[in-house]
Design a protein around this ligand. Structure first.
Ligand SMILES: NC(=O)c1ccc[n+]([C@@H]2O[C@H](COP(=O)([O-])OP(=O)(O)OC[C@H]3O[C@@H](n4cnc5c(N)ncnc54)[C@H](O)[C@@H]3O)[C@@H](O)[C@H]2O)c1
Length: 281
C-alpha cells in the first residue's frame, strides 16, 4: 500500500483516484472546486455501486475502497506522498505553477506524474528539482474501464522511475506502453490526424457525416466513427491537441481543418455542449 496524491477531481482525476483506491492505496484527492470534489466522490461511489449490483464486489469492499479516499481542497494539507499524479486542466501555466509548488511541499523521493494528453513532460519536469523522478502517466477515459496507460519518458526521466511506473500501472491491472516525449506521444499523434482527416473529408464534401463514420465503423471495425469520437472527446480538445502537433513539428500535415476551428469558435464543442457534428438534445 502506498500514499498516492491525485490532483484534480474532474473526468480523469476521479477515475485515477478510484483505480488506486481499489488497488488498496491511500488516495489523497485534491480539488480546488468544492462542487467538482463532491461530484467526483459521487461518481466514484456510483461506479462502485454498479460493481456491487453486478456482483463483482461486495458492499463491504465498496465501503473499504471509499474509505481509502481522503478528499482535500488544498494540496498543502496532504501529509505524505509516494506518488503524485496531476490531472488538472490542460493548461501549461496552471500545471507549471502546481508542480513548482508541489516540488517545495514533497520530499525529493516522491515521484511526480502528469496525466497530460499533449504537454511536454520534459517541459513540466523542468519546473521541478526532480527531473529524473518526473514522468507522464497518461490514462484513458473512462479510467476504470480502459486498459492502456501511456508511460511518457521525459528527456531526464530515470530508468528506475520508468520501471516503477510500469510496475504501478500493472498493479492497477493496466497495460503500460512506454513512449518518448514527443508532441502527442503515440496515442494522439495517430488519433488526431485521423479525426482531422475525417473533418477535412466532410469539409470538402467527399461524403456525409454519417457515411464517413460508417466507413470507419464497418470497414475498419472502429467502435465509433471519427466524427462521433471527436464529439465525445470535445472539439476544443481536438483543436488544442492538433495545434500542439502543428506547433511542435512545424509540419503542415497537422494543420487543423478550418471547419474544426469554425465549430469551436461557434461553441459547438460536441457532447458537452449538446451539439457538435451530431446533436445531443
Ligand atoms: N478527458 C479525457 O478524455 C482525457 C484523457 C486523457 C488525459 N486527459 C488529461 O487529463 C487532464 C485532466 O483532464 P480532465 O478531462 O479530467 O479535466 P477536467 O476539466 O474534467 O478536470 C480538471 C479538474 O482540475 C481541477 N483543478 C484545476 N486546477 C487545480 C489545482 N491547482 N488544484 C487542484 N485541482 C485543480 C478543476 O477544478 C477540475 O475539476 C488534462 O491534462 C487532460 O489533457 C484527459
Amino acid at each position: 500500500m502506498a500514499d498516492i496524491v491525485v490532483v484534480g477531481a474532474g473526468t480523469m482525476g476521479r477515475g485515477i483516484a478510484q483505480v488506486f483506491a481499489q488497488a488498496g492505496d491511500k488516495v489523497y484527492l485534491v480539488e480546488v472546486d468544492p462542487r467538482q470534489l463532491s461530484l467526483g466522490l459521487e461518481t466514484i461511489s456510483e461506479n462502485l455501486e454498479k460493481s456491487v449490483q453486478k456482483g463483482r464486489i461486495t458492499p463491504e469492499q465498496k465501503q473499504s475502497v471509499l474509505s481509502n479516499i481522503v478528499a482535500l481542497p488544498d494540496i498543502r494539507q496532504v501529509p505524505s506522498a509516494d506518488l503524485l499524479i496531476e490531472a488538472i486542466y490542460e493548461n501549461v501555466e496552471a500545471k507549471l505553477e502546481l508542480f513548482s509548488l508541489a516540488d517545495e511541499l514533497f520530499p525529493s523521493d516522491t515521484i511526480f506524474a502528469s496525466n497530460t494528453s499533449s504537454i511536454s513532460i520534459t517541459r513540466l519536469a523542468a519546473s521541478t528539482s526532480r527531473e529524473d523522478r518526473f514522468i507522464g502517466m497518461h490514462f484513458f477515459n473512462p479510467v476504470p474501464v480502459m486498459k492502456l496507460v501511456e508511460v511518457v519518458r521525459g528527456l531526464k526521466t530515470s530508468d528506475e522511475t520508468c520501471q516503477k511506473i510500469i510496475d504501478e500501472a500493472r498493479r492497477l491491472g493496466k497495460e503500460p506502453v512506454v513512449v518518448r516525449d514527443f508532441p502527442g506521444f503515440v496515442s494522439n499523434r495517430v488519433l488526431m490526424p485521423m479525426i482531422n482527416e475525417a473533418i477535412f473529408a466532410l469539409y470538402e464534401g467527399v461524403a456525409s457525416r454519417d457515411d464517413i463514420d460508417k466507413v470507419m465503423k464497418l470497414g475498419m471495425n472502429h467502435p465509433m466513427g471519427p466524427l462521433e469520437l471527436a464529439d465525445f472527446i470535445g472539439l476544443d480538445v481536438c483543436l488544442y491537441i492538433l495545434d500542439v502537433l502543428y506547433e511542435g513539428f512545424r509540419d503542415p500535415k497537422y494543420r487543423p481543418c478550418p471547419l474544426l476551428r469554425q465549430m469551436v469558435a461557434a461553441g459547438k464543442l460536441g457532447r458537452k455542449t449538446g451539439s457538435g457534428f451530431y446533436d445531443y438534445l
